[in-house]
Design a protein around this ligand. Structure first.
Ligand SMILES: C[S@@+](CC[C@H](N)C(=O)[O-])C[C@H]1O[C@@H](n2cnc3c(N)ncnc32)[C@H](O)[C@@H]1O
Length: 355
């Protein structure tokens, strides 16, 4: 079964167009401090940090650098960092980032960087080896397309018809349990995991789902291609964009349920992170720059999944349809810049491995 994504657009494109993810990572800075304060320091001071879903590394390295700073202040002696992502991630750009003057390897020459190119729904490191786990903007990705979908006119958690939403939520629930089960095996006793991902507030009316405005636009653009006969209708009906924001209840269910004997819940909460693209628009009024930057941000995280799941099935081929789709998006944003607000709710979950 194919992965739901092959990763972000490489060659530095994701790093250049992920300011929103950088802002969401920064939004959990205080929680990172709490995570480091709450973990059990190994007796020999040798700590291992794992970052799950690291991509090319610009944002991930900022989190890891902050973690190493906090761990050093707690007396850590040896520092190892495991960078995890899919085998198809752009590992070359991550290597280049690690060799750059801004890298934590320049700041902490005694630190060691290790790569774990494997899907994070299974174990990616050795058992009981991780002192601190972090994950930013990654754990909301599904492992695969939910089976047997039939969504001829919708694309996402926020607009799926009820019967199809059940299938999406079943896949998201299974995946989250797999993610946490694997991390539980990898954490040292007393080790802490901090996951930041997209969230949804099921208690609000109407329900607020992160990125619903953007996915509405993506759906409109994709349906233009379907209605023009450029994308097969049956292919579209079987596809959902494989990112699922979670509620607090969904995020905590495995921790208070099947994993309760192994994990302790330290925190779970939602915060709003403003879109940097929207903020720039409000400040400058530059609609063209807004349309360009919001589209590039979207392309950086979405192209691989849309290309494999949809575009490559069109008559014109993946390259042409990808270009057409993002051009449609940019045009719509330039014409109606206020209609597709990202409306983020960032969900942060912190757990500790029981002894
Ligand atoms: C939006 S990027 C986040 C990158 C970085 N953590 C940040 O904060 O900017 C999501 C990352 O999750 C990775 N990812 C998605 N599914 C994955 C899986 N099953 N296993 C490992 N990584 C995965 C993607 O390849 C991508 O690099």
């Amino acid at each position: 079964m194919a992965d739901a994504t092959r990763g972000m657009v490489g060659g530095g494109y994701y790093d250049a167009h992920s300011s929103f993810q950088a802002d969401t990572a920064a939004s959990v800075a205080a929680l990172l401090q709490q995570a480091v304060a709450a973990l059990t320091m190994p007796a020999d001071g040798e700590v291992t940090v794992a970052d799950y879903g690291c991509s090319e590394g610009r944002n991930s390295m900022a989190t890891v650098t902050a973690a190493l700073h906090l761990l050093s202040a707690r007396g850590a002696q040896g520092l190892s960092v495991v960078h995890n992502d899919l085998p198809t991630n752009d590992w070359n750009t991550l290597s280049r980032n690690l060799s750059s003057p801004g890298s934590y390897l320049a700041k902490y020459p005694q630190a060691r960087a290790l790569f774990a190119p494997r899907g994070f729904f299974e174990q990616v490191t050795t058992p009981a080896s991780i002192t601190l786990g972090t994950s930013g903007s990654a754990a909301h990705w599904l492992s695969r397309q939910p089976p047997d979908l039939d969504m001829p006119r919708s694309l996402y958690r926020s607009d799926a018809p009820p019967s199809e939403l059940d299938k999406i939520l079943k896949q998201a629930g299974d995946d989250w349990l797999s993610f946490l089960t694997a991390r539980t095996e990898e954490l040292q006793p007393g080790g802490v995991l901090l996951v930041q991902m997209l969230g949804t507030d099921g208690s609000a009316s109407p329900v607020r789902v992160s990125a619903a405005g953007l996915l509405k636009l993506m759906n409109e653009c994709a349906l233009q291609l379907v209605d023009a006969g450029e994308l097969p209708q049956d292919v579209y009906a079987r596809y959902c964009f494989p990112v699922v924001p979670r509620t607090i209840e969904e995020a905590t269910a495995p921790v208070t349920g099947v994993l309760a004997g192994k994990l302790e819940l330290l925190h779970c909460g939602l915060t709003e992170v403003p879109s940097p693209y929207q903020l720039a628009l409000d400040k400058t009024g530059d609609v063209a720059a807004f349309a360009k930057s919001y589209t590039a941000f979207t392309r950086a995280f979405s192209e691989s999944s849309l290309r494999d799941g949809l575009f490559r099935h069109g008559k014109a081929g993946g390259d042409t349809l990808a270009d057409k789709f993002y051009a449609l998006m940019q045009q719509a944003l330039a014409e109606r810049p206020r209609d597709y607000a990202f409306d983020d709710l960032t969900l942060a979950v912190m757990v500790r491995r029981l002894s």
